[in-house]
Design a protein around this ligand. Structure first.
Ligand code: GLA
Length: 728
């Protein structure tokens, strides 16, 4: 990220850490290796393994079965605090030494978890202030996990203590390749001390109550605060300004919780050992800003679960692209299900082959490692029915054979994929402030933002994959936009002046920006923009939103007859949300009109397009059906079609997915195609490139050269093919 693109807080945070890093480097610490590229050494596959839950006599057979399945990594320790430190200040790491050595003897590397998601009984019994308090004022007890108070200074001291012991012991262990901080940061605390921290957080941001009251318009309902101590710590039903700052506080608090441990590790471990945390919540969780939390880590990793039902391929593709966008680099799937979970209403098994194709899908979208939760179920504990790879008897479950095949494939393909990643010139824009601002007051229960994003992602993915491209999903405030040709912002609700200036400059330089509904409604205090939507981009767009409507029935859309917009006679439907646009400039061309006979929106503009500088800015004020949206998106990105090679023709709705990972610059570019058939029946795909298969068992029919390469591959149900261009 360029300094110029950082906001003030980010810059302060980064500079402060640079000072620390420079000091540390001054005492001989090397620069940190680009740990975000474990794929450089090839793909990794493994499992969560809990040696502390078994007699050591069981370990050898476990690890041998892992090695036979070509597993090359395990994650251990994230719930082992009571075994590591049975009583305050008394440590027992011998078992962990031997577990790591045994894994090494079987060519299995270790990611070590810091055990701070489940503190031991001696700690929380002696120091109950380390336990969190829920929003009803109830203090947690011992006997589960996540009972700790993430904001409590004493708990953080204990966390730093155990992490220091682990770092001193394993920070140079050649078989430890990385660290995971805690486990799925989840529950905040509402205790009085944390509430005071929140009030201090606000004082630091607003400096005066007058400023806070003005930004939050607290004259509303006489909310005006006359003392910082009056401000509540609440995460629902409050003033939108307060709720947004609550999310900022929770993000900052998890970030400092994490940094408390990262700082200890950085000072004691080898630069080659990466630091990550496994982010849960099915990827889409929004209790804190994932870009902020992963900014301080070497690698993003997440827990990709299906739960009930089968893989929703377009959604899981989107979520993996979303995860890659957190750090804009490859990532790890730190947990996924070996066929099933235990927490869904119905914990069905993924279909045979479905676990394998899910793994390949994550790799196609930028995963360099896939680990299964879990290897073997403890004999007791709250997760006895969860999917595992071997049973309580230590014998392989049916899924073992599927994962062994996957392990062999990863072993074979890893070196070819090393150093490659998805490449994109198209990006969807997403910010947590925008997501939060809409969710605080959704105005319609149908506005599911994950589904709204998917509505735009699915057709965009088809367009991109046909040209061998991927889709990035990024926070535009945190990345350079220079490489992108087309940006789509489905619900960029919060647009502040800095973001508006950045987007304006990008459009002026030739970018194509499509703003979606609810964009630019709020400022960065979650207050309404007085100029209506899109707020600070009204002048650039040359139009504004006249009114918004939550729809209780769908309505029609027709393409404006104006030849300038080349929309032709598009006809379709739109639902959930509709905004009436009003052109202010003659350069803002109406592209779509509503059909709403007798309704407010009849013949009103639904979409405007404006040429601005060397680029184009457009605003679509509604959620069209897939067909018309796909057409609009194709219309809005002529620039991409000029220089891209048409790679494949994959029709809308096809269960076949094509992913491309590549490395190197244009000339010497290395490409790897991963093709999946996410269905229970056979499928064919025609590729306009001569390819060869890396994996056995893939049927390729070389077509005639007359009209150029037409290689057809045939994929069985849940089939996967890994292909490289023949010339490569
Ligand atoms: C989460 C946790 C794991 C385990 C799995 C079960 O991802 O990180 O410890 O509980 O869920 O699916």
């Amino acid at each position: 990220m360029l300094v110029a693109e950082m906001d003030g807080a980010e810059l302060v945070w980064r500079l402060s850490r640079c000072v620390v890093l420079v000091v540390l480097l001054g005492i001989g610490l090397e620069c940190r290796a680009p740990a975000g590229e474990p794929g450089l050494s090839g793909l990794r596959i493994g499992a969560a393994w809990y040696p502390e839950q078994w007699p050591e006599s069981e370990w050898e057979s476990d690890v041998r079965l892992m090695e036979q399945a070509h597993f090359n990594v395990v994650r251990v320790g994230e719930f082992a605090w009571s075994t590591m430190e049975p009583s305050e200040g008394r440590y027992d790491f011998g078992w962990l030494d031997r577990a790591i050595e045994l894994a090494a003897a079987h060519h299995i590397a270790v990611v070590l978890g810091t055990p701070t998601d489940a503190p031991p009984a001696w700690l929380t019994s002696k120091y109950p202030e380390t336990l969190r308090v829920d929003e009803n004022g109830v203090r947690a007890g011992h006997g589960g996990r996540r009972q700790f108070n993430y904001a409590n200074p004493l708990y953080r001291d204990f966390c730093a203590g155990i992490v220091r012991q682990l770092a001193l012991r394993y920070g140079h262990n050649p078989n430890v390749i990385g660290w995971q901080i805690g486990n799925e940061y989840t529950d905040e605390s509402f205790d009085p001390a944390t509430r005071k921290q929140f009030q201090e957080f606000l004082r630091e941001k607003y400096k005066t109550l007058d400023n806070l009251n003005a930004r939050w318009t607290t004259a509303y309902w006489s909310e005006t605060y006359t003392a910082w101590s009056q401000i509540p710590l609440e995460n629902r039903n409050g003033n939108p300004g307060l709720l947004l700052d609550h999310k900022h506080f929770v993000t900052a608090t998890w970030r400092s919780f994490q940094d408390n441990q990262v700082t200890v590790l950085r000072s004691l471990i080898d630069a080659r050992q990466f630091i990550t945390t496994n982010i849960g919540g099915l990827g889409w969780s929004d209790n804190w800003d994932h870009y902020a939390i992963t900014a301080d880590l070497d690698l993003a990793s997440w827990d990709d679960y299906v739960g009930q039902g089968q893989l929703d391929a377009p959604k899981n593709a989107m979520l993996n692209d979303f995860v890659r966008g957190w750090k804009n680099q490859n990532f790890w799937v730190m947990e996924t299900e070996p066929g099933s979970v235990n927490w869904a209403p119905i914990n069905n098994e993924l279909v045979p082959g479905g676990t394998r194709s899910l793994a390949w899908q994550t790799v196609g979208h930028g995963a360099d490692a896939v680990l299964y939760w879990q290897w073997r179920s403890a004999l007791n504990g709250q997760e006895q029915y969860h999917g595992t790879i071997v049973g309580p008897d230590g014998k392989p479950e049916p899924i073992y054979a599927e994962l062994k095949k996957l392990g062999e494939e990863f072993h074979q393909v890893g070196p070819i994929l090393a150093g490659t990643r998805p490449r994109a010139e198209i990006a969807l824009l997403h910010t947590y402030d925008s997501r939060w601002a809409i969710d605080f007051q959704p105005h319609t229960s149908n506005y599911d933002q994950e589904q709204v994003l998917l509505r735009f992602y699915a057709p965009l993915q088809r367009i991109a994959e046909s040209q061998g491209e991927s889709i990035d999903i990024v926070d535009p405030q945190r990345v350079s936009l220079a490489k992108y040709k087309f940006l789509v912002a489905p619900s960029l609700n919060v647009i502040d002046d800095a973001l508006a200036q950045k987007l304006t400059a990008w459009v002026n330089a030739g970018g194509h920006l499509l703003l979606g509904p609810r964009s630019g409604m709020k400022d960065d205090f979650d207050a309404l923009n007085i100029d209506r939507q899109p707020g600070p981009l009204v002048d650039v767009l040359g139009a504004k939103v006249e009114q918004f409507y939550a729809l209780d029935a769908d309505l029609g859309l027709v393409g404006a007859s104006d030849a300038q917009t080349r929309q032709g006679n598009l006809a379709g439907r739109a639902d959930i949300w509709a905004e009436e646009l009003r052109p202010l400039s003659s350069e803002a061309k109406t592209a779509l009109l509503y059909r709403d006979p007798g309704g407010w929106l009849e013949s009103k503009p639904a979409m405007v397009v404006r040429r601005y500088g060397a680029g184009v800015i457009a605003y679509l004020g509604t959620l069209p059906d897939q067909e018309i949206l796909a057409s609009l998106l194709r219309e809005q990105m002529p620039s991409l079609q000029k220089h891209q090679t048409k790679l494949a023709d994959i029709p809308e709705g096809s269960p076949v997915e094509l992913c491309v990972r590549e490395a190197g610059a244009e000339a010497g570019r290395r490409r790897v195609y991963i093709v999946m058939n996410h269905s229970g029946h056979g499928e064919m795909l025609t590729l306009h490139r001569r390819v060869r298969s890396v994996l056995e068992g893939v049927q390729i029919e070389h077509g005639a050269d007359a009209s150029g390469p037409e290689d057809t591959i045939v994929l069985p149900p849940e089939g996967v093919a890994v292909l490289v261009p023949e010339a490569q």
